[in-house]
Design a protein around this ligand. Structure first.
Ligand code: SAH
Length: 361
């Protein structure tokens, strides 16, 4: 048992079992032993590799996506460029480089990086040290004073939002909790008293043992962001792997050193994530008064934004890297790789024109 597991077990002994959401929050965000407390968590040497770490084109296209959305909304001044969960700062670095070609946007935006982890903020500050833009860091989305239209990028951010799980039992839906066994080891257990809530009918009929997952934190964020975008303008794009709110199942997973790991075995040493419920997010955005675009597959989105043309130009300028560039584009956009598994959902005001990459939706 690692130090964080012992600390969680002691807390459970005094205060009682943790919801999965509370366990995820501590395992990911504990300031000393949480997964994000270490700067090595993301990237080639970390637990997993993300799209911006695969190719510079990913961040470039997303930066230009924001500028185009801003342009299509009549170039509101001043505006704000926001990234949620910037990881190693690679996406923003590539976005800001591409945006040098759109100085009218770059010169009017305040860039805000929403990063909960001081260690990753330090890494991002180093990565972005040379960029010519007005940069600011905040710990959470709610720390931003929303006095300008936000243009928001979020890649693999929502999958880290805490989820709650409920299992169908003969008593009804009982919450799955984290508790300790006789030996003091962390184990899952069901709350004895069923919870009272309505499962969306699109999920279908729940068999005995079915697991229902919900992320109240992700839904609250989507609704709040939708309200701000509906009233102030702006746009947001979320990229993640997920589903359309049908059926049931346990998608909570731990990844450590590029391999699947046990969720409870070594809290803080593995990344924890869950599949994003795009139907629930879309519903939250609709309630807020904004418009939802997508979700569409990442491959189609990147192709519509011109990933192939950009790759051709990049390879022409760097002939020695041509094979590597082609391989990374394939990895991001091909349906057999990340192109179909990852989905893109965007948020915009109701009155806004079609968003770049979503024109045919
Ligand atoms: N977007 C990056 C990193 C994804 S990992 C990439 O594509 O490579 C998730 C990132 O979100 C990390 O930087 C993590 O510290 C941050 N994060 C997770 N939950 C957060 C929260 N609630 N508020 C702010 N940042 C959060």
């Amino acid at each position: 048992m690692n130090q964080l597991a012992r600390r969680l077990a002691r807390g459970i002994g005094t205060d009682g079992p943790l919801s999965i959401a509370a366990f995820m929050t501590q395992a990911l965000h504990d300031p000393d032993q949480g997964f994000y407390a270490s700067r090595e968590s993301i990237g080639a040497r970390g637990a997993f590799i993300t799209a911006p770490e695969i190719s510079q084109i990913f961040g470039e296209l997303l930066g230009l996506w924001c500028a185009q959305a801003w342009h299509d909304q009549g170039r509101p001044v001043p505006a704000r460029l926001v990234e949620l969960g910037p990881g190693r700062g690679t996406l923003m670095h590539d976005a800001l480089r591409a945006l040098r070609r759109v100085p009218e946007f770059l010169s009017t935006v305040e860039v805000v990086l929403v990063e909960s982890s001081p260690a990753l903020e330090a890494l991002q500050r180093e990565r972005l040290r040379d960029v010519e833009a007005c940069l600011r860091w905040v710990r959470q989305w709610n720390d931003i004073v929303h006095d300008r239209p936000p243009f928001v990028l979020a890649n693999e951010f929502l999958d880290a939002m805490p989820i709650r799980q409920f299992a169908m039992t003969d008593r009804g839906w009982c919450e799955r909790m984290v508790t300790t066994d006789a030996a003091g080891t962390l184990v899952f257990a069901l709350a004895p008293v069923p919870a009272r809530f309505a499962v969306p009918p699109t999920r279908g009929t729940a068999e005995f043992g079915a697991i229902y997952e919900v992320s109240p934190a992700a839904e609250a964020l989507a609704e709040d962001m939708g309200r701000i975008i509906a009233t102030r303008g702006g746009a947001a794009v979320f990229i993640d792997y997920g589903h359309q709110g049908r059926g049931f199942g346990d998608t909570l997973q731990a990844v450590s050193g590029h391999a699947a790991a046990d969720v409870l075995a070594a809290p803080g040493e593995a990344d924890l994530s869950a599949h994003v419920d795009f139907a629930a997010l879309a519903w939250s955005v609709k309630k807020s008064g904004a418009r939802v675009h997508g979700p569409i597959a990442q491959g189609g989105f990147l192709r519509a934004l011109g990933i192939d043309a950009r790759a051709t130009r990049l390879a022409a300028a760097n002939p020695d890297r041509a094979a590597e560039i082609a391989a990374s584009v394939h990895r991001l956009a091909d349906a057999q790789r990340m192109g179909a598994l990852f989905k893109v959902l965007a948020v915009a005001p109701r009155a806004a024109r079609a968003l770049p990459g979503f024109e045919r939706c």
